[in-house]
Design a protein around this ligand. Structure first.
Ligand SMILES: *Cc1c(COP(=O)(O)O)cnc(C)c1O
Length: 371
């Protein structure tokens, strides 16, 4: 029976072939990248797997910085494709130590690839990207950065830092869709990919994406692009450009500062003590001794506040106050801090909510450099 009900989510116009190249160029501008921006038509975790798989081969030595499960996955994919991987695993929920990284790299006769996550949504880490980039440059290593979470929350100048491969998604700081990702590639990155055995046909092959899109003049995307995802990505970039990428970043930075001030006013030191080592996506707060993490999360949920659980090696030890994307806003930060504090009170801890609310508000209205 040909009954047809129009549905905005189902009857989506195709994403026109001519729009993908300008969209890639706009993403390149957000990243300050003059390299090639390609789309991986999948969520960002797959783009990361595609990158690892497309650059790793026997004979390649990689130094992989692990500050969350994402870094651990990346190392596993490099290894699977035959690379020799030296891993620098940070303390749980803490950024990579630069002395340890330098020592690790100095001990190796050659380093072909250095990989790291810029900022973590998983635990609130901000890695020292400029220092990592300088060490990679000194060894002439390919620098691969997972900027999935950091884009829109931290300044990121791909060209100036000499980042060869930057992977981004729109679903974190850019408050966009999760089903399509982008990768900025330097010429050096392509040279490295070209020296890696071609395993096409594969949806994970960057060489194939190059052949089927870049080399054909960036017209129709290969395969069957998901129109919902591409329209949504374009809408997200429209909205970011309308606000201004610097303002989007400033909003995240303000949210982090306000969350941290609020926690401290509760008498709780944030999990990452150094403000400069904390990501602007989430603020991780300790689960105090004698308190069960799930009880804390459930307690806040009773006030309508969703605290994120720690995961990987921080499971049960911290909770995450989320201020990513649309949540980088005064009401979200205030609710998260007060919800965390109120849950602690319910669980028998003597914390004072009033000063925390005041600290969030004071930090939010404080003028900041660049305002
Ligand atoms: C969210 C995130 C990803 C991608 O994960 P998805 O499951 O594809 O959303 C990768 N790296 C980092 C650092 C992230 O925060």
């Amino acid at each position: 029976m040909p009954i047809r009900h129009a549905n905005a989510l189902l009857d989506v116009p195709v994403y026109p072939a001519g729009r993908s190249a300008p969209l890639a160029d706009r993403i390149g501008r957000l990243l300050s990248s003059t390299g090639d921006v390609i789309f991986v038509q999948a969520e960002a975790i797959l783009a990361l797997e595609a990158v690892a798989t497309s650059i790793a081969r026997p004979g390649v030595t990689a130094v992989n910085i692990v500050t969350s499960p994402y870094g651990a996955y990346f190392g596993a994919w490099l290894r699977r494709a035959g690379a020799t991987v030296h891993e620098l695993v940070a303390e749980p929920g803490q950024p990579a130590g630069m002395q340890a990284l330098r020592a690790r790299m100095d001990a190796l006769p050659a380093v072909d690839v250095v990989a790291a996550v810029h900022a973590e949504a998983a635990n609130g880490v901000l890695n020292p990207l400029a220092d990592i980039a300088a060490l990679a440059k000194a060894r002439n290593a390919l620098l691969v950065i997972d900027a999935v979470a950091s884009i829109g929350a931290h300044p990121l100048d791909v060209d100036a830092l000499g980042i060869d491969i930057a992977v981004i998604g729109a679903q974190k700081g850019l408050a966009g869709p999760a089903g399509v990702s982008a990768v900025a590639m330097s010429q050096r990155a392509w040279t490295h990919v070209a020296a890696t055995p071609d395993f096409a046909p594969s949806s994970l092959s960057l060489a194939e994406i190059r052949r089927t899109w870049l080399d054909r003049g960036r017209g129709a995307l290969p395969g069957m692009p998901a129109p919902l995802e591409f329209w949504a990505l374009e809408a997200a970039i429209d909205r970011v450009e309308a606000e201004g990428i610097d303002n989007v970043i400033a909003r995240h930075q303000r949210a982090a500062m306000a969350a941290r001030a609020g926690l401290r006013a509760l008498g709780v030191e944030p999990w990452i003590a150094d403000d400069r080592a904390a990501s602007a996506l989430v603020t991780s707060a300790p689960v105090p001794d004698g308190i069960d993490a799930q009880a804390l999360i459930d307690g806040a949920a009773r006030y309508g506040v969703a605290l994120g659980a720690g995961f990987g090696n921080t499971e049960g030890r911290l909770v995450r106050l989320d201020h990513t994307g649309a949540k980088a806003a005064f009401d979200s930060v205030l609710a998260a801090v007060i919800g965390y504090g109120a849950a602690l009170v319910t669980l028998g801890m003597a914390v004072d909510i009033g000063p925390a609310a005041k600290a969030v508000a004071t930090a939010w209205v404080a003028p900041r450099a660049g305002d």
